[in-house]
Design a protein around this ligand. Structure first.
Ligand code: BEZ
Length: 252
């Protein structure tokens, strides 16, 4: 089952996602003339930032709604619809970049295989996504709230440890040069409804087992449960933990 996106809401209320990705672009360090693939480009703000370096960027996303916004945000950049677990390009890239996407791809082995194939030998893969323990407090609150309603939920997300992901990279011919897992609690824009807005934006698959008529009650139970852990100074936070990495495709 795939997630469908409200690209307008994503762009207006979740800007912290790409703002936090700006220093990942610094780590990518794109050079004029290089070919870069931005995998899971969303609304294209980081794609545009990469393009400003003079690199030639292709933005790829599986959501047509996101791509429409991306084309408006990064005029002149090429965007294509693609699935991160199964994409193929005729050309090879100097770098593949991906911010806040790969935790959606449970088929990590397939995604890394596609990424390795898209890179020229010696090319680099620079990515950040949710790592082990990401959104743990949210998931705990969601599980307890669903149990109270007699419902079950299943996380749609893949949050690997460094060791687990390093092994996948190595199996697929990518040599890890840097991997780090670090907390990044992120404050949500709306002081009152931030958590429920986040769940509505990103949690459609997570909440698939909750009938529509129980959603309001469910969200209230989640807020009550999560409040001690995720509410501070009148604001909601999400307990993100980022897995950040740089890896290089081995020479043939
Ligand atoms: C993340 O960026 O870690 C994330 C975003 C939405 C849902 C789950 C995780």
């Amino acid at each position: 089952m795939s997630q469908s996106w409200d690209a307008g809401l994503y762009q207006s209320q979740h800007a912290f996602v790409w703002k936090a990705g700006e220093d990942l672009v610094a780590m990518l360090d794109p050079k004029p003339g290089e070919w870069v693939l931005d995998l899971g480009c969303g609304t294209g703000q980081l794609t545009a930032l990469i393009a400003r370096s003079g690199a030639r960027v292709v933005g790829a996303d599986h959501s047509a709604a996101m791509l429409e916004k991306a084309r408006a945000n990064a005029p002149g950049v090429e965007f294509v619809e693609a699935d991160a677990a199964s994409f193929r390009f005729d050309q090879q890239f100097d770098a593949v970049f991906s911010n806040a996407v790969l935790h959606w791809v449970k088929d990590a082995e397939d995604a890394v295989c596609a990424i390795a194939d898209a890179l020229r030998p010696g090319g680099r893969f620079v990515a950040e996504f949710g790592g082990f323990g990401n959104t743990r407090r949210v998931l705990e609150a969601v599980e307890r709230a669903s149990a109270r309603l007699g419902r079950t939920v299943e996380s749609p997300w893949y949050y690997p440890t460094i060791g687990e992901y390093a092994a996948i990279l190595e199996r697929r011919g990518l040599e890890p040069e840097l991997m780090m897992l670090f907390p990044r609690d992120s404050v949500l824009d709306d002081p009152e409804d931030g958590l429920r807005n986040w769940l509505r934006m990103f949690g459609a698959r997570l909440m698939a087992g909750i009938p529509a008529e129980e959603i309001e009650e469910f969200l209230r139970l989640v807020e009550d449960d999560a409040r001690p852990a995720l509410r501070r100074d009148g604001r909601w936070f999400i307990d993100y933990r980022r897995l950040r990495l740089k890896a290089r495709r081995l020479e043939d």
